[in-house]
Design a protein around this ligand. Structure first.
Ligand SMILES: Cc1cc2nc3c(=O)[nH]c(=O)nc-3n(C[C@H](O)[C@H](O)[C@H](O)COP(=O)(O)OP(=O)(O)OC[C@H]3O[C@@H](n4cnc5c(N)ncnc54)[C@H](O)[C@@H]3O)c2cc1C
Length: 451
């Protein structure tokens, strides 16, 4: 009956029960079990979103927002069925002010679409989670990626959000001012809320100038611990690198085989420097010295943009590289700890994988203290899955005990609910009260973040 109400209000072109659409909205890029929604809605404006939420409220139907479905923790899976709300038709630029370095967009625009529009004005939006995610999905997961070491996460890019909360009220969480000390930080609250507190319909982002020159460098170390120490030393030198990534020897070996590269099969750091040409060249020289003092080998510099693009492509597609054989599955961790804790934690992760007998790689945004494990297993061998999940569990718990988090960027979704109590303690009940206040019927993306 509610589906008839949706069709009557929105029109048939914005409401679909087509099998292909139901399947597309049943899963994301995570290994979590797919669940099909009962119906998919394609709003084109705030009023459509309001109407969908009002009908959902009247009929007590769950609503799960869907961006590009690139999430890695099952956030967009409608585990209680109901309505999946897809934003691909809400992908417009609403206001672009190059002089203020600000842009207001609808949530369905993807980061690549956005960059295509602003790059020709000498501006860029640097947050890059690898996938061509939507800006709405990236806000909702507080995404980050290779450039977070310089620019921070999504939360740091937001000036204002327009949000429709569960009862249909439309609020703005900020202003267009670059900073503000006024009121509670609601923007920060909705960022990372995974569609459980409200539906984001407009986003005002700060933009950044495109650096004049970039250079990339790679080097290797004999141990992962040394890679961690090297990362810490670069940060302490005050040089603001653009990217600082770790790839362990196993990941390098997989990349070499898949792309026919010949990187030395050793634990490696991939660095990118950006700024004016002379400053970048000077920074590369200083970091080369620091790395040499720490015993780095195979120091190589690339300033050719094609070469740089190839190398970063290989880095971004690492999880597909591990998954290219048919019939295997993977689980991944996403821990983040203070930088001084990285050397030990990353060694611990490698030891756990080696002892397990399973194949797995370690890589990540080491400059943020954030790294991933990816462990592959045969889905038909239950014991292998258990071992792989056990490793991630041990890592997440150790990260929390070291003063860090179970998820630096992928979010809680379904898979990391079990760590929330340990990580947040009494603060978790305040989060639950906020959820109750904003969504008393529990209709927005139920079953995510909390049980
Ligand atoms: C190969 C690969 C590499 C990745 N690397 C990274 C990485 O380095 N860093 C990183 O952070 N992530 C990474 N990810 C994960 C993923 O890209 C991010 O989580 C991304 O932010 C998800 O955006 P999406 O548009 O795909 O959202 P979806 O997966 O569709 O949805 C994510 C969440 O956002 C909610 N949502 C979507 N739109 C709205 C809205 N308008 N209002 C309210 N809630 C909404 C959904 O309900 C869901 O809870 C990677 C993924 C892949 C496949």
């Amino acid at each position: 009956m509610y589906i008839q109400q949706l069709i009557a209000k929105l029109g048939t072109e914005k409401v679909s029960r087509n099998e292909t659409e139901l399947f597309r909205h049943s899963h994301d890029e995570s290994p979590h079990i797919p669940v099909e929604p009962d119906v998919v809605c394609f709003p084109t404006c705030r009023e459509d979103v309001k109407a969908i939420l009002e009908i959902a409220k009247m009929n007590q139907i769950p609503v799960t927002a869907f961006g590009a479905g690139s999430g890695l923790e099952g956030q967009a899976i409608p585990i209680k069925k109901g309505i999946s709300m897809n934003f691909e038709n809400m992908n417009k630029v609403l206001d672009f002010s190059p002089d203020d370095m600000l842009i207001t967009v609808q949530p369905g625009i993807t980061r690549m679409q956005l960059n295509k529009i602003i790059n020709r004005h000498g501006l860029m939006f640097p947050i890059d989670p690898g996938a061509d995610a939507t800006i709405g999905g990236m806000v909702a997961t507080n995404a980050s990626g290779t450039t977070a070491v310089r620019y921070g996460s999504m939360r740091d890019q937001l000036l204002d959000l327009e949000v429709v909360v569960a009862d249909g009220t439309v609020i703005h969480t900020g202003t267009r001012a670059k900073k503000s000390s006024s009121g509670y930080h609601l923007t920060g609250l909705f960022a990372g809320s995974e569609g459980t507190l409200g539906i984001i319909t407009e986003i005002t982002l700060r933009l950044h100038g495109i650096p004049e020159h970039t250079m990339m460098a790679t080097c290797t170390f004999n141990t992962l611990e040394l890679c961690g120490i090297a990362a810490q030393s670069i940060l302490q030198s005050g040089i603001l690198v653009m990217k600082m990534e770790l790839l362990d020897a196993m990941s390098i070996s997989e990349v070499n085989q898949y792309y026919n590269y010949n990187f030395p099969v050793k634990h490696s750091l991939f660095l990118e420097f950006a700024g004016s040409k002379s400053a970048v060249e000077e920074e590369v020289k200083i970091v080369a010295e620091i790395m040499k003092d720490l015993g780095a080998e195979d120091w190589q510099v690339a300033s050719d943009p094609t070469k740089q693009r190839e190398i970063w492509k290989a880095r971004h597609e690492l999880c597909y590289v591990f998954l290219h054989q048919n019939g295997i599955d993977e689980v991944g961790a996403d821990v983040c700890v203070p930088i001084s804790k990285v050397p030990n934690l990353v060694e611990y992760a490698r030891k756990l994988i080696d002892e397990s007998g399973l194949k797995g790689g370690i890589w990540g945004h080491i400059g943020d203290g954030n790294f991933h494990t990816l462990i592959v297993f045969h889905p038909k061998i239950a014991e292998e899955r258990e071992i792989a999940e056990g490793i991630n569990e041990k890592l997440a718990i150790r990260a929390i005990e070291e003063g860090g988090t179970c998820t630096g960027e992928h979010g809680v979704g379904i898979g990391k609910i079990k760590y929330q109590e340990k990580e947040h303690g009494d603060a978790l009940s305040i989060m639950k009260n906020i959820k109750q206040l904003l969504d008393p019927m529990g209709l927005l993306n139920p079953g995510k973040i909390f049980r």
